[in-house]
Structures are given as C-alpha cells and as structure tokens.
Design a protein around this ligand. Structure first.
Ligand SMILES: NC(=O)c1ccc[n+]([C@@H]2O[C@H](COP(=O)([O-])OP(=O)(O)OC[C@H]3O[C@@H](n4cnc5c(N)ncnc54)[C@H](O)[C@@H]3O)[C@@H](O)[C@H]2O)c1
Ligand SMILES: [Zn+2]
Ligand SMILES: [Zn+2]
Length: 391
C-alpha cells in the first residue's frame, strides 16, 4: 500500500510499504477513505518529539471502511461498517478508561516502559505518534491496523460526507475539550491563543458553551478572518500588543479563561524577544519547547481564572512565571484529548447541523501529494489551514 513515511527531520515521503495484517484478536483493518495532517504532526516533522524511527508511518486523523475484523472485535464491529478512528487507542477496561481519561489508557501503549521512564507513568497508545506512545503505524495510508478496535472506533452514518465526520478523530473533540476544561461560565471572556485548526474548533466550542466574548489571537490574516467569521474579536500579535488589547477588551481585568491552542512551537519573532531565546536554547537542546504563550497567558489571565492547555508540549520549558500563577490563583488544566469522551455528543451535533467542522479544510489532495502538503501546512503557505488527504 502507499503511506506517508517518516525518514528523519523534515523528510516525509510517500512510500510503498506492506499492507497491515491482523496481529491480535481485538484488531481490525480499515481501508482509509480520508485522512488529514495535524499540527501535532508538525512537531514530528520537525523532530521535536523524541523516539521517532525512520520507517514510521505518520497520521492520527483517519476514517474509512472496515475490511477485516479479529475474532474478539467481531461483537462490536463488522466488515463494511464506516468508522472514524480516534487518535487515542483505548482498551475501555483499565482504571483510566473507566474514568473517561482515554488518552491515559494504561494498557494500549505497547512500549509503556518508555513512557514510564520519560513521563513517570505510561500514557495511551497513539497512532503515528512516536515510540513513547507505542510506535503504532499511523493512518496517512491506504490501510490502517486498528489495535483494540472493539473499543477504538466511532461508527458514523453513511448519509454524511467524510468532510464533516473526519475531524471527530481529533481536532473537533480536542477543541471541545479545550473549551470544556476552561469551565466556561455565563458572562466569561475566553481568550484563545492560536487560530490553527485546533484553535478554530476551540473558538466555536467556546461560543457554543456560552462564552460571552471570545478573543482569538494569531498573526495570519486568513486564520484571524476565519475566527472573526465565528464571532470572535481578533488580535494580531504582530501588529498589536496582546496584553494591551486584552486589557482594553476586559476593562483592564483580563480574560476569565485563557486557552493555549499553540503549544510547543510558538512563532519566533523580534516583537517577542523571549521566543528568540527559546529558539536558541532549543537548538542547543537546553529547552524542548518555546513556551511564550504560557508566559503570556499567566500574565494576562484574570486572578482566579483558568488556563486550559491543549497545544502540545514535549518536555522541559524555562522561565515559567510560577510566582505570578500562584499568587493570582490560576487553575491549570491540560491533556491530550480524551477523544471518545466527547464523540457521541459531537456526532449528534453534526447530525443536527449544529456543528459542521468541514469549514476548516482549505486543501484536499491525493495522499501522494502529502510530503509537499506537510511543507505547505508548516509554512502556512497558500493560505493553508487544514489539509485533507485522499488515499
Ligand atoms: N491536546 C491534544 O489532544 C491535541 C490534539 C491536536 C492538536 N494538538 C496541538 O494543538 C496545537 C495546534 O494545532 P493546529 O493543528 O491548530 O496547528 P497549527 O500549527 O496549524 O496552528 C498553530 C497556530 O498558532 C499560531 N501561533 C504561533 N505562535 C503564536 C502566538 N505566540 N500567539 C498566538 N498564536 C500563535 C500560529 O500562527 C498557528 O496559526 C499543536 O501544538 C498541536 O500539537 C493537541
Ligand atoms: Zn492531532
Ligand atoms: Zn484503558
């Protein structure tokens, strides 16, 4: 089959590889009808997350048709069914799965000892996302082996197009969780840093969850326009002072809730000198991430507010103002999305036409154009916001 394969830093190729086979009773194989490139894939593209190996197949946003089912998965999954595959692999039985913390499943990370060493405890297996989370082949491919398939799928109706359903795999529940974990109350101002695909889903979720005012921060005009179309007030961090504007828009009190939809790779620019320092430290491996947004959120946040982090961080960050955070009494909440916790509700909202996540797609191309699309998406070239790939 064809698949997008990681060969090293900024080197992803469309290769011919062996088709996946059933390896365990709980497996299924799906024929991928659509998949997408995520901001998290860019961290792997830049080799910022350790434990990728040449030959690893990329991708964790996929959907398709079930073509083979292992004996133990047959009770819940049948050949021919149409499914979206969550980026988290979950057993459904462990203590974390029972609590709905699916991205923390204790059983699906087949290389859990690496996770134990790196993080203190293992986290769930993830598709196409480094050997710290199991090293499972991803779904930017013609076929995908789904481990624990009996509990790792979302059945979707035939009557709705792939475009509207694909993002149940990741960015829609991720944006939703970012807003839910901000604990939005009536009257709240919610500021969202980052208007990429995740930020866009977060902005719309915050509005649906009752935020009075949503403020969206980025520097790319087309992404700010998309945020404005949802009803957000926008701030361009390259031409305006984020702190001054946030204070203006909140009578000097700051946003009640601050959401980080940027993560590790904050934009590096002269106007934000700490990003230059982070970049230099990152290059000599003195720091893993560029946490400008965390610093800015802590400074901007209203005392007693919530900081919800959904952007991915990979390791150690420097100069986080814990004194400000502690004395202002802010609450931090963060996670890789617990995808299936939200998907029944979100699928119903898609069926009811309350949410249509397809608005974010700007590029729809053949899988073989994937390597070029990684560069286009990374460079935010050609007004690229979200790439959908058709195997
Ligand atoms: N927690 C999860 O489960 C989960 C799931 C999916 C993605 N993510 C993470 O979410 C983040 C965003 O993903 P995406 O697909 O939207 O990526 P993206 O790269 O398309 O978007 C990031 C956006 O942040 C903007 N940005 C950069 N620096 C900024 C700053 N200082 N202030 C405001 N905006 C800034 C960029 O211009 C860009 O538009 C990534 O870190 C990704 O890994 C997390
Ligand atoms: Zn993702
Ligand atoms: Zn589990």
């Amino acid at each position: 089959m064809r698949a997008l394969v990681w060969h090293g830093k900024e080197d992803i190729r469309c290769d011919t590889v062996s088709d996946p086979q059933i390896e365990d009773d709980r497996d299924a194989i799906i024929k991928v009808t659509s998949c997408a490139i995520c901001g998290s894939d860019l961290h792997l593209f830049h080799n910022l997350i350790p434990a990728m190996l040449p030959g690893d197949i990329m991708g964790h946003e996929s959907m398709g048709e079930v073509v083979e089912v292992g004996a133990a998965a047959k009770a819940t999954l049948k050949k021919g069914e149409r499914v979206v595959i969550p980026f988290t692999i979950q057993c459904g039985e462990c203590e974390q799965c029972q609590r709905g913390n699916f991205s923390l499943c204790q059983r699906t990370n087949r290389k859990g000892n690496l996770g134990d060493k790196a993080f203190g405890h293992r986290t769930a297996g993830l598709f196409g996302y480094t050997h710290l989370t199991g090293g499972y082949p991803g779904g930017q491919a013609e076929f995908l082996r789904v481990p624990f398939a009996d509990t790792t799928h979302i059945k979707v109706p035939d009557s709705i197009d792939d475009e509207k359903l694909l993002f149940l795999s990741d960015i829609l529940p991720t944006g939703w969780q970012a807003a839910v974990q901000a604990d939005i109350q009536p009257g709240d101002t919610v500021a969202v840093w980052g208007c990429g695909p995740v930020g866009q889903m977060t902005i719309r979720s915050a509005i649906l969850l009752g935020a009075e005012q949503v403020i969206a921060i980025d520097h790319l005009p087309e992404r700010l326009s998309m945020a404005a179309a949802a009803g957000a007030v926008t701030i361009n961090f390259e031409t305006e002072s984020v702190i001054e504007r946030l204070n203006e828009l909140t009578s000097g009190e700051g946003p009640h809730k601050c959401i980080d939809a940027v993560g590790s790779e904050s934009h590096v620019n002269m106007g934000q000198p700490d990003t230059l320092l982070d970049r230099a430290k990152q290059m000599v491996m003195l720091e893993n991430d560029r946490p400008h947004v965390l610093r800015e959120m802590i400074y901007a946040c209203r005392p007693g507010g919530v900081i919800s982090i959904i952007g991915v961080y990979t390791g150690l960050v420097d100069k986080i103002p814990m004194g400000q955070a502690m004395n202002k009494g802010v609450t931090f909440r963060m996670a890789q999305a617990h995808v299936p916790r939200w998907t029944d509700d979100l699928l119903r909202r898609i069926e009811d036409d309350q949410i249509d996540p397809s608005f974010v797609i700007t590029h729809k191309v053949d899988l073989s154009d994937g390597p070029e699309m990684y560069r286009t998406f990374r460079d935010k070239a050609d007004s690229c916001i979200k790439v959908m790939l058709k195997p």
